[in-house]
Design a protein around this ligand. Structure first.
Ligand code: OGA
Ligand code: NI
Length: 361
Protein backbone atom coordinates (compact mmCIF):
# COMPACT_ATOMS: atom_id res chain seq x y z
CA UNK A 1 0.00 0.00 0.00
CA UNK A 2 1.02 3.58 -0.64
CA UNK A 3 2.89 4.75 2.43
CA UNK A 4 0.87 7.94 2.80
CA UNK A 5 -2.50 6.28 3.04
CA UNK A 6 -1.70 3.57 5.46
CA UNK A 7 -2.46 3.31 9.15
CA UNK A 8 0.14 2.78 11.87
CA UNK A 9 2.47 -0.13 11.01
CA UNK A 10 1.98 -1.83 14.38
CA UNK A 11 -0.31 -1.51 17.42
CA UNK A 12 0.05 1.78 19.27
CA UNK A 13 1.31 1.68 22.84
CA UNK A 14 0.65 4.74 24.99
CA UNK A 15 3.86 5.75 26.72
CA UNK A 16 1.80 7.03 29.63
CA UNK A 17 0.28 3.54 30.11
CA UNK A 18 3.74 1.97 30.02
CA UNK A 19 4.98 4.47 32.57
CA UNK A 20 1.99 3.97 34.86
CA UNK A 21 2.28 0.18 34.64
CA UNK A 22 5.23 0.46 37.03
CA UNK A 23 7.86 -1.23 34.84
CA UNK A 24 11.43 -0.60 35.94
CA UNK A 25 12.98 -1.37 32.56
CA UNK A 26 11.85 0.31 29.37
CA UNK A 27 11.00 -1.88 26.34
CA UNK A 28 13.76 -2.24 23.73
CA UNK A 29 11.70 -0.17 21.29
CA UNK A 30 12.57 2.96 23.28
CA UNK A 31 16.27 2.29 23.80
CA UNK A 32 18.36 4.60 21.63
CA UNK A 33 21.71 3.59 20.14
CA UNK A 34 24.56 4.62 22.45
CA UNK A 35 25.67 7.80 20.63
CA UNK A 36 22.11 9.16 20.64
CA UNK A 37 21.56 8.79 24.37
CA UNK A 38 21.22 11.92 26.54
CA UNK A 39 24.54 11.80 28.35
CA UNK A 40 26.63 10.18 25.68
CA UNK A 41 30.11 11.62 25.76
CA UNK A 42 31.51 13.21 22.67
CA UNK A 43 28.88 15.93 22.67
CA UNK A 44 30.84 17.62 25.43
CA UNK A 45 28.12 17.15 28.01
CA UNK A 46 25.75 19.82 29.19
CA UNK A 47 26.74 23.32 30.12
CA UNK A 48 24.66 24.40 33.08
CA UNK A 49 25.62 28.08 33.02
CA UNK A 50 24.57 28.65 29.45
CA UNK A 51 21.05 29.55 28.42
CA UNK A 52 19.40 30.78 25.24
CA UNK A 53 18.87 34.57 25.13
CA UNK A 54 15.94 36.04 27.08
CA UNK A 55 14.38 39.09 25.45
CA UNK A 56 11.92 41.45 27.13
CA UNK A 57 9.46 42.58 24.45
CA UNK A 58 7.77 45.29 26.53
CA UNK A 59 8.67 48.49 24.73
CA UNK A 60 8.58 46.90 21.30
CA UNK A 61 5.46 48.85 20.39
CA UNK A 62 5.98 51.78 22.74
CA UNK A 63 7.50 55.13 21.76
CA UNK A 64 10.95 54.89 23.32
CA UNK A 65 13.02 54.72 20.14
CA UNK A 66 16.22 53.58 21.84
CA UNK A 67 14.49 50.79 23.67
CA UNK A 68 12.76 49.77 20.47
CA UNK A 69 16.05 49.63 18.58
CA UNK A 70 17.65 47.62 21.35
CA UNK A 71 14.87 45.00 21.31
CA UNK A 72 15.04 44.74 17.51
CA UNK A 73 18.76 44.21 17.79
CA UNK A 74 18.47 41.56 20.49
CA UNK A 75 16.01 39.60 18.33
CA UNK A 76 18.27 40.00 15.31
CA UNK A 77 21.30 38.61 17.15
CA UNK A 78 19.23 35.78 18.63
CA UNK A 79 17.88 34.78 15.20
CA UNK A 80 21.27 34.88 13.50
CA UNK A 81 23.36 33.36 16.25
CA UNK A 82 21.00 31.06 18.10
CA UNK A 83 17.84 30.33 16.12
CA UNK A 84 16.27 30.01 19.57
CA UNK A 85 15.31 32.59 22.21
CA UNK A 86 12.86 33.24 25.02
CA UNK A 87 10.50 36.18 25.11
CA UNK A 88 8.94 37.73 28.20
CA UNK A 89 6.33 40.52 28.40
CA UNK A 90 5.17 39.25 25.02
CA UNK A 91 1.55 40.31 25.34
CA UNK A 92 -0.02 36.87 25.85
CA UNK A 93 -1.86 36.69 29.17
CA UNK A 94 0.16 34.80 31.82
CA UNK A 95 -3.10 33.47 33.34
CA UNK A 96 -4.10 32.09 29.96
CA UNK A 97 -0.71 30.39 29.59
CA UNK A 98 -1.22 28.71 32.96
CA UNK A 99 -4.81 27.71 32.27
CA UNK A 100 -3.94 26.29 28.84
CA UNK A 101 -1.14 24.17 30.31
CA UNK A 102 -3.42 23.10 33.16
CA UNK A 103 -6.28 22.13 30.82
CA UNK A 104 -3.92 19.91 28.85
CA UNK A 105 -2.51 18.37 32.01
CA UNK A 106 -6.07 17.43 32.97
CA UNK A 107 -6.71 16.01 29.53
CA UNK A 108 -3.66 13.75 29.75
CA UNK A 109 -4.74 12.66 33.22
CA UNK A 110 -8.23 11.72 32.01
CA UNK A 111 -9.13 8.02 31.79
CA UNK A 112 -7.62 6.21 28.79
CA UNK A 113 -11.09 5.67 27.20
CA UNK A 114 -11.55 9.44 27.03
CA UNK A 115 -8.20 9.92 25.30
CA UNK A 116 -8.58 6.94 22.99
CA UNK A 117 -11.69 8.53 21.50
CA UNK A 118 -9.27 10.98 19.85
CA UNK A 119 -6.67 8.40 18.73
CA UNK A 120 -4.93 9.68 15.60
CA UNK A 121 -3.70 8.11 12.38
CA UNK A 122 -0.74 9.02 10.16
CA UNK A 123 -3.13 10.38 7.51
CA UNK A 124 -3.46 13.76 9.25
CA UNK A 125 -1.87 13.20 12.67
CA UNK A 126 -4.74 15.12 14.27
CA UNK A 127 -5.67 13.89 17.73
CA UNK A 128 -4.01 11.77 20.39
CA UNK A 129 -0.80 10.12 19.22
CA UNK A 130 2.26 8.25 20.43
CA UNK A 131 4.62 8.14 17.45
CA UNK A 132 5.78 10.08 14.41
CA UNK A 133 6.62 8.27 11.23
CA UNK A 134 5.37 4.91 9.97
CA UNK A 135 8.52 2.85 9.66
CA UNK A 136 7.80 -0.60 11.02
CA UNK A 137 10.10 -1.50 13.91
CA UNK A 138 11.35 2.08 14.35
CA UNK A 139 12.84 3.07 17.69
CA UNK A 140 10.27 5.25 19.40
CA UNK A 141 10.40 8.34 21.59
CA UNK A 142 9.26 8.41 25.22
CA UNK A 143 6.24 10.67 24.82
CA UNK A 144 2.59 10.96 23.84
CA UNK A 145 1.11 14.04 22.15
CA UNK A 146 -2.01 15.74 20.90
CA UNK A 147 -2.09 17.54 17.58
CA UNK A 148 -4.75 19.97 16.33
CA UNK A 149 -5.28 22.76 13.80
CA UNK A 150 -6.28 26.40 14.32
CA UNK A 151 -5.70 27.66 10.81
CA UNK A 152 -6.61 27.73 8.02
CA UNK A 153 -10.23 27.82 9.14
CA UNK A 154 -11.42 24.85 7.04
CA UNK A 155 -9.01 22.65 9.02
CA UNK A 156 -10.21 23.96 12.40
CA UNK A 157 -12.55 21.28 13.64
CA UNK A 158 -13.75 21.47 17.26
CA UNK A 159 -14.86 17.83 17.08
CA UNK A 160 -11.20 16.90 16.84
CA UNK A 161 -10.34 18.95 19.93
CA UNK A 162 -10.71 17.43 23.42
CA UNK A 163 -14.02 18.06 25.20
CA UNK A 164 -12.35 17.14 28.51
CA UNK A 165 -11.83 19.07 30.77
CA UNK A 166 -15.04 21.05 30.12
CA UNK A 167 -13.27 24.38 29.52
CA UNK A 168 -10.65 22.80 27.26
CA UNK A 169 -11.92 23.93 23.84
CA UNK A 170 -12.59 27.46 25.01
CA UNK A 171 -9.15 27.81 26.58
CA UNK A 172 -7.36 26.28 23.58
CA UNK A 173 -9.25 28.61 21.27
CA UNK A 174 -8.34 31.77 23.15
CA UNK A 175 -4.76 30.56 23.54
CA UNK A 176 -4.53 30.10 19.76
CA UNK A 177 -5.85 33.59 19.11
CA UNK A 178 -3.35 35.24 21.42
CA UNK A 179 -0.40 33.21 20.19
CA UNK A 180 -1.31 33.91 16.54
CA UNK A 181 -1.23 37.59 17.54
CA UNK A 182 2.23 37.25 19.09
CA UNK A 183 3.47 35.34 16.04
CA UNK A 184 2.30 38.14 13.75
CA UNK A 185 4.18 40.68 15.86
CA UNK A 186 7.34 38.57 15.75
CA UNK A 187 7.02 38.14 11.98
CA UNK A 188 7.18 41.92 11.59
CA UNK A 189 10.29 42.09 13.74
CA UNK A 190 11.99 39.34 11.73
CA UNK A 191 10.96 40.92 8.44
CA UNK A 192 12.40 44.33 9.35
CA UNK A 193 15.53 42.69 10.73
CA UNK A 194 16.04 40.91 7.40
CA UNK A 195 16.04 44.31 5.73
CA UNK A 196 12.55 43.84 4.28
CA UNK A 197 9.34 45.82 4.72
CA UNK A 198 7.42 44.93 7.87
CA UNK A 199 4.79 42.90 5.98
CA UNK A 200 7.04 41.15 3.48
CA UNK A 201 7.80 38.01 5.47
CA UNK A 202 4.11 37.62 6.38
CA UNK A 203 3.20 38.05 2.71
CA UNK A 204 5.70 35.39 1.73
CA UNK A 205 3.86 33.11 4.21
CA UNK A 206 0.65 33.73 2.27
CA UNK A 207 -0.57 36.83 4.14
CA UNK A 208 -3.65 36.09 6.22
CA UNK A 209 -3.86 32.53 4.95
CA UNK A 210 -1.17 31.07 7.14
CA UNK A 211 -1.37 27.74 8.91
CA UNK A 212 -1.35 27.40 12.68
CA UNK A 213 -1.40 24.20 14.68
CA UNK A 214 -0.64 22.94 18.15
CA UNK A 215 1.29 19.91 19.30
CA UNK A 216 0.95 19.27 23.00
CA UNK A 217 3.72 16.99 24.22
CA UNK A 218 3.29 14.81 27.27
CA UNK A 219 6.44 13.12 28.55
CA UNK A 220 5.62 10.58 31.29
CA UNK A 221 8.11 9.63 34.00
CA UNK A 222 10.67 7.25 32.63
CA UNK A 223 12.37 4.55 34.73
CA UNK A 224 15.53 4.64 32.56
CA UNK A 225 15.85 8.21 31.29
CA UNK A 226 19.50 7.74 30.31
CA UNK A 227 18.61 5.23 27.63
CA UNK A 228 15.98 7.17 25.71
CA UNK A 229 14.68 10.58 24.61
CA UNK A 230 11.29 12.27 24.95
CA UNK A 231 11.69 13.66 21.45
CA UNK A 232 14.55 12.81 19.09
CA UNK A 233 16.73 15.54 17.57
CA UNK A 234 14.87 17.50 14.89
CA UNK A 235 14.43 20.96 13.48
CA UNK A 236 10.86 22.21 13.23
CA UNK A 237 9.63 21.85 9.64
CA UNK A 238 7.31 24.88 9.69
CA UNK A 239 7.83 28.63 9.87
CA UNK A 240 8.27 29.58 13.49
CA UNK A 241 7.53 27.75 16.74
CA UNK A 242 6.22 29.35 19.94
CA UNK A 243 6.74 26.86 22.75
CA UNK A 244 5.15 27.05 26.18
CA UNK A 245 7.41 24.85 28.32
CA UNK A 246 6.54 23.11 31.57
CA UNK A 247 6.78 25.50 34.51
CA UNK A 248 8.27 22.84 36.83
CA UNK A 249 10.45 20.50 34.79
CA UNK A 250 13.23 21.19 32.26
CA UNK A 251 13.82 18.88 29.32
CA UNK A 252 14.28 20.86 26.10
CA UNK A 253 17.85 20.89 24.80
CA UNK A 254 19.20 22.97 21.94
CA UNK A 255 22.23 21.99 19.91
CA UNK A 256 24.96 24.59 19.82
CA UNK A 257 28.52 23.98 18.65
CA UNK A 258 27.99 20.26 18.97
CA UNK A 259 26.82 20.51 22.61
CA UNK A 260 23.32 20.12 23.98
CA UNK A 261 22.27 23.13 26.03
CA UNK A 262 19.37 22.68 28.44
CA UNK A 263 16.89 25.55 28.18
CA UNK A 264 16.14 27.14 31.54
CA UNK A 265 12.73 28.78 31.01
CA UNK A 266 12.03 32.18 32.60
CA UNK A 267 8.64 32.55 34.35
CA UNK A 268 5.83 32.97 31.80
CA UNK A 269 8.28 33.07 28.93
CA UNK A 270 7.66 31.58 25.52
CA UNK A 271 10.50 29.85 23.72
CA UNK A 272 10.64 30.96 20.09
CA UNK A 273 12.52 29.13 17.39
CA UNK A 274 13.11 29.43 13.68
CA UNK A 275 11.70 26.61 11.54
CA UNK A 276 12.91 25.21 8.22
CA UNK A 277 10.58 27.45 6.15
CA UNK A 278 12.13 30.65 7.54
CA UNK A 279 15.56 29.16 6.91
CA UNK A 280 14.54 28.75 3.26
CA UNK A 281 12.82 32.17 2.90
CA UNK A 282 15.76 33.95 4.54
CA UNK A 283 18.19 32.01 2.35
CA UNK A 284 19.81 30.68 5.53
CA UNK A 285 20.40 34.09 7.14
CA UNK A 286 18.32 32.52 9.90
CA UNK A 287 18.72 28.81 10.49
CA UNK A 288 16.42 26.32 12.08
CA UNK A 289 18.30 24.72 14.94
CA UNK A 290 18.28 21.14 16.08
CA UNK A 291 16.69 20.40 19.43
CA UNK A 292 15.59 17.39 21.44
CA UNK A 293 13.86 16.55 24.71
CA UNK A 294 15.24 14.50 27.59
CA UNK A 295 13.02 12.81 30.16
CA UNK A 296 13.48 11.98 33.82
CA UNK A 297 12.38 9.43 36.38
CA UNK A 298 10.94 11.81 38.97
CA UNK A 299 8.51 14.03 37.09
CA UNK A 300 6.34 14.02 34.02
CA UNK A 301 6.65 17.03 31.71
CA UNK A 302 4.19 18.83 29.45
CA UNK A 303 4.80 21.41 26.73
CA UNK A 304 2.65 23.21 24.15
CA UNK A 305 4.37 23.69 20.79
CA UNK A 306 2.51 26.13 18.58
CA UNK A 307 3.56 26.07 14.93
CA UNK A 308 3.10 29.16 12.77
CA UNK A 309 3.41 28.00 9.17
CA UNK A 310 3.20 29.36 5.64
CA UNK A 311 0.06 28.72 3.61
CA UNK A 312 0.61 25.13 2.66
CA UNK A 313 0.21 25.20 -1.12
CA UNK A 314 2.33 28.17 -2.16
CA UNK A 315 5.93 27.84 -3.26
CA UNK A 316 8.43 28.68 -0.53
CA UNK A 317 11.82 29.78 -1.81
CA UNK A 318 14.52 32.28 -0.83
CA UNK A 319 13.04 35.79 -0.99
CA UNK A 320 14.15 37.71 -4.06
CA UNK A 321 15.47 40.61 -1.96
CA UNK A 322 17.85 38.23 -0.19
CA UNK A 323 19.28 36.62 -3.29
CA UNK A 324 22.24 38.30 -5.00
CA UNK A 325 25.05 37.09 -7.26
CA UNK A 326 27.22 36.83 -4.13
CA UNK A 327 24.41 35.06 -2.26
CA UNK A 328 22.69 32.78 -4.73
CA UNK A 329 19.51 30.95 -3.73
CA UNK A 330 20.40 27.92 -1.62
CA UNK A 331 17.04 26.16 -1.99
CA UNK A 332 14.64 25.38 -4.79
CA UNK A 333 10.96 26.28 -4.40
CA UNK A 334 8.80 23.75 -2.60
CA UNK A 335 5.38 24.00 -0.99
CA UNK A 336 5.05 23.30 2.73
CA UNK A 337 2.59 20.50 1.85
CA UNK A 338 5.26 18.77 -0.20
CA UNK A 339 7.89 19.30 2.46
CA UNK A 340 5.70 18.02 5.29
CA UNK A 341 4.92 14.83 3.42
CA UNK A 342 8.41 13.50 3.59
CA UNK A 343 8.88 14.60 7.18
CA UNK A 344 5.71 12.83 8.25
CA UNK A 345 6.72 9.58 6.64
CA UNK A 346 10.11 9.50 8.24
CA UNK A 347 9.73 11.02 11.70
CA UNK A 348 12.29 13.29 13.40
CA UNK A 349 15.73 13.18 11.76
CA UNK A 350 17.92 15.97 12.98
CA UNK A 351 18.52 18.57 10.32
CA UNK A 352 19.04 16.31 7.35
CA UNK A 353 15.65 17.11 5.83
CA UNK A 354 16.18 20.81 5.17
CA UNK A 355 19.81 20.15 4.24
CA UNK A 356 18.63 17.66 1.63
CA UNK A 357 16.72 20.47 -0.08
CA UNK A 358 19.85 22.41 -0.89
CA UNK A 359 20.19 22.84 -4.61
CA UNK A 360 23.22 21.15 -6.05
CA UNK A 361 25.71 23.82 -7.00
C1 OGA B 1 8.32 20.07 19.32
C2 OGA B 1 9.36 20.32 20.34
C3 OGA B 1 9.96 20.66 22.65
C4 OGA B 1 9.47 20.38 24.04
O1 OGA B 1 7.19 19.71 19.70
O2 OGA B 1 8.63 20.24 18.11
O3 OGA B 1 10.48 20.56 19.97
O4 OGA B 1 10.03 20.97 24.95
N1 OGA B 1 9.02 20.29 21.64
O5 OGA B 1 8.53 19.60 24.19
NI1 NI C 1 10.54 20.98 17.89
Amino acid sequence: MDKLHQDWPEPIVRVQSLSESGINKIPDRYIKPLPDRPSSCGDGGDDDDVNIPIIDLSGLFGDDANLHASIMDQVSVACREWGFFQVINHGVSPELMDSARQAWREFFHSPMEVKQAYANSPKTYEGYGSRLGVDKGAILDWGDYYFLHYKPLPLKDYKKWPATPPNCREVIDEYGKQVVGLSGRLMKVLSLNLGLGDHDLQNAFGGENIGACLRVNFYPKCPQPDLTLGLSPHSDPGGMTILLPDDQVVGLQVRRDGKWITVKPAPHAFIVNIGDQIQVLSNATYKSVEHRVIVNSAKERISLAFFYNPKSDIPIEPMKELVTPQNPALYPAMTFDEYRLFIRMRGPRGKCQVEALKSPR
